[in-house]
Design a protein around this ligand. Structure first.
Ligand SMILES: C[S@@+](CC[C@H](N)C(=O)[O-])C[C@H]1O[C@@H](n2cnc3c(N)ncnc32)[C@H](O)[C@@H]1O
Length: 277
């Protein structure tokens, strides 16, 4: 459900207050994802996975981030795919942030994009919003993130099988809501900050996981992506420790380490483990 503009103005005032005065400036992206950060959590290895997938299709892929907001994730991808662009239906975010819109973000709904692209990245659709048809019309490969249980469209599904795609691989990251709850419980709730037993029992309930699904339409691309991603994963372990974004420290601190298993997960699953179909 898109936000109303008065709610956004109020939230923006709170964000500014927090950004100016908090001792924990780096919490902002998990508290105010609309203004700083994203609606899905990620590490640098997620960016590197996406780049590996895109470059498995062609060495100079046409990459489009759909509903990119103000471009937090897109900015990371551009470091590796300089021609990457984003489309964002509602560019008023630049008005709130009082910053000019970069040229690589086009203020358009995806339904108006007709040129074919290699990779469409969809970083979380608002509950009840469903622009999958527009995405499916344009892309050879779709990479989408959504909350387990789904939050899209009328029946909640965020998958792409119904548009003729087949899934290549998937992985799971914590949802920003779980990270937000951890921060709230540890830093912003007086009662919980002093009660580690209660805090730990609440930790075990974390279950709002974010899924990353990779889809293609053709079998040849499916095999190419699998091959390249499998090769990349062989060296990912050391990279995951050596090359981190600064904000990953919060994920580690909140118990969402790379390849960790949460009590609410199936016994054979781990966060950030890639599973192939
Ligand atoms: C939940 S936000 C996610 C933004 C960003 N990907 C992130 O994670 O921070 C979804 C975004 O999709 C945009 N959006 C909704 N419908 C769209 C459409 N048809 N075409 C392009 N963008 C759209 C919204 O304006 C919103 O900024």
């Amino acid at each position: 459900m898109p936000f109303d503009s008065q709610d956004l103005l109020n939230a923006f005032q709170e964000y500014l207050k927090f950004a100016r005065s908090s001792d924990y400036r780096n919490h902002a992206r998990y508290i105010f994802p609309f203004f700083e950060g994203t609606y899905f959590t990620y590490r640098k290895i997620d960016v590197l996975r996406i780049v590996t997938i895109a470059k498995a299709i062609t060495s100079d892929p046409q990459y489009l981030d759909i509903g990119c907001g103000y471009g937090d994730f897109l900015n990371k991808v551009i470091q590796y795919i300089p021609s990457a662009i984003g489309v964002e239906k509602d560019a008023t975010i630049y008005y709130y942030l009082n910053t000019p819109k970069p040229e690589y973000i086009i203020s358009l709904p995806i339904e108006c994009v007709t040129q074919p692209i290699d990779v469409a990245f969809v970083g979380w659709m608002e509950p009840g919003v469903d622009f999958r048809l527009g995405v499916a019309d344009t892309a050879k490969c779709v990479i989408t993130t959504f909350d387990e249980g789904g939050q899209c469209g009328i029946n909640g599904g965020c998958e792409y099988e119904e548009f003729g795609y087949s899934r290549v691989a998937w992985w799971r990251t914590p949802s920003w809501i779980d990270v937000n709850h951890e921060l709230m419980n540890s830093y912003y709730s007086r009662q919980l900050a002093n009660d580690s037993l209660l805090r730990n029992s609440l930790r075990d309930l974390r279950s709002a996981h974010n899924l990353w699904y990779v889809y293609v339409r053709d079998e040849y691309l499916k095999n190419r992506i699998k091959f390249r991603l499998m090769n990349w994963l062989k060296k990912e372990g050391p990279t995951s420790q050596e090359e981190k974004f600064e904000f990953e420290q919060i994920l580690d601190e909140c118990g969402f380490q790379y390849k960790t298993r949460l009590p609410s997960m199936h016994s054979s699953e781990k966060l950030w483990e890639v599973y192939f179909d």
